[in-house]
Design a protein around this ligand. Structure first.
Ligand code: LLP
Length: 424
């Protein structure tokens, strides 16, 4: 569900004509819908209303401060994976008590920052991390509340590159070692084990593998309780899929919540969720302008001003994004088949192969749909292109929430050593 639709012949985000935004901000640019973000947060909260739950929005999906502030106002917490994400979440008004810290490579400095802030939970992914966290906590006179992220050896996810719960993946503590590590945690002075954590992948449409993983995790949590550990929380990670194209029918939040209620029933666990894509994915689009059409012997290239540096998902995962014109196609308008590409000097800078679109002309503007998650956050300045700006819409108003940097800003951190500038 989202708030992007045609009205009066033009694609709108809520009450804002996207041609107006494109004309003022220029393309490429991302546009987010507040109403969609709010709705998605509310749908999840509503689905879990009968459970004790912390919705820790996964900042990696879209960490723009305005997006985070929108979700903070809905009562969301945050799942962060770096000191930078932690500071972003705090700056956007998310209380430390609603923040969980995930990730396989936390540094001592990041641990210290999170301990000083007083976050809700560390999701610890290895024995080495557990021991270092204890040391840092003792040094600061604190105790770190932790869950071990376990690897349940369950395959799931929309693409091999976003599956994280198989035994060969780098994520989590190997299943067979978890209980010994909880025993060690109990002996460490700076650690208090409060939960068990799992995250098996992303863009998961079928609840089967999730249920299998969560059942294993709940059984483990109960065994740990039996061993004297005060396990009160189950963190089920994120991963719920979204529709990217017509016909996609991932399990809805209501079914997901129902499944989790069934699996955790009767044990008094606090459930922690780390949803990312399901909140932000369909709340954003990337606007682009068509530059050229180029005829090759066997295909027609449509060359846009947006590139893989702005939206890398198609290049990285072969991901599909619907591409639609900002001017509503007329009934019976001619269709044409294009390879839709960007201006970057890489053959993988291709958004779609053999995509049938209403005929496009130079200067026409297009929208990549479902680009609100893992879009702008994964953008880069490759080919010395400015980082793509971001706009937030709220009803009839909009604001540039990250502007396009100037050339001076883009080069401002660089320095040419004096030995290169002074004559010998
Ligand atoms: N929790 C943890 C520990 C994670 O690693 C992730 C995502 C999430 C939560 C949020 O997952 P979500 O609800 O968004 O599926 N760049 C890829 C997706 C990478 C996901 C990384 N981890 C893509 O564009 O499809």
């Amino acid at each position: 569900m989202h708030h992007f639709s045609y009205s009066g012949g033009h694609l709108h985000c809520e009450g804002v004509n996207l041609e107006t935004v494109a004309a003022e901000v220029g393309t490429p640019c991302y546009v987010y819908s507040s109403a969609t973000l709010v709705r998605h947060a509310q749908v999840i909260a509503d689905a879990f209303r009968r459970q004790s739950v912390l919705i820790a929005y996964s900042v990696k999906a879209n960490g723009n401060l305005a997006v985070l502030a929108t979700l903070a106002a809905q009562g969301c917490g945050a799942d962060v994976v770096s000191g930078g994400e932690l500071l972003r979440a705090r700056k956007a008004g998310i209380p430390a008590s609603k923040i969980v810290f995930s990730g396989v490579g936390k540094t001592a400095a990041e641990m210290g920052l999170a301990l000083e802030q007083g976050i809700h939970q560390f999701n610890v992914e290895s024995a080495g991390e557990l021991r270092l966290l204890s040391e840092v906590a003792v040094r600061l006179g604190r105790e770190a509340p932790i869950a071990l992220r376990v690897n349940p050896d369950v395959a799931a996810g929309g693409h091999p590159n976003i599956s994280t719960g198989k035994s060969g993946d780098k994520f989590g503590v190997p299943w067979g070692e978890a209980e010994a590590l909880y025993a060690e945690a109990a002996r460490l002075p700076g650690i208090r084990a409060v939960g068990v954590d799992v995250h098996i992948g992303s863009q998961i449409g079928d609840l089967g593998p999730m249920r299998t993983a969560f059942e294993k995790v709940v059984a483990l949590a109960l065994r740990l309780r039996g061993q004297g550990h005060d396990i009160r929380r189950i963190d089920v990670g994120g991963g719920l899929g979204i529709p990217y194209k017509e016909g996609d029918a991932p399990a809805p939040p209501s079914a997901y919540a129902e499944m989790i209620a069934e699996v955790t029933a009767g044990h008094g666990f606090e459930v922690i969720l780390e949803p990312g894509r399901v909140i932000a994915g369909n709340a954003g689009v990337l606007l682009a302008t068509a530059l050229y059409e180029k005829q090759a012997p066997d295909r027609t290239f449509l060359i846009l001003d947006a590139g893989m540096n702005d939206l890398i998902r198609p290049a990285l995962y072969g991901a599909h994004h619907d591409i639609i014109p900002l001017v509503e196609p007329r009934p019976g308008q001619a269709m044409k088949t294009y390879d839709v590409v960007g201006p970057i000097c890489e053959s993988t800078d291709k958004f779609a192969a053999a995509r049938e679109l209403p005929e496009v002309h130079g200067g026409d503007r297009l929208a990549f749909m479902s680009a609100g998650a893992y879009g702008a956050v994964l953008s880069s300045a490759y080919n010395a292109r400015p980082l793509v700006p971001e706009v937030l819409v709220d009803g009839d108003r909009y604001e540039i929430v990250r502007r396009r940097p100037t050339f001076e800003e883009m080069t401002g951190l660089e320095r040419v050593p004096e030995w290169l500038t002074t004559a010998a």
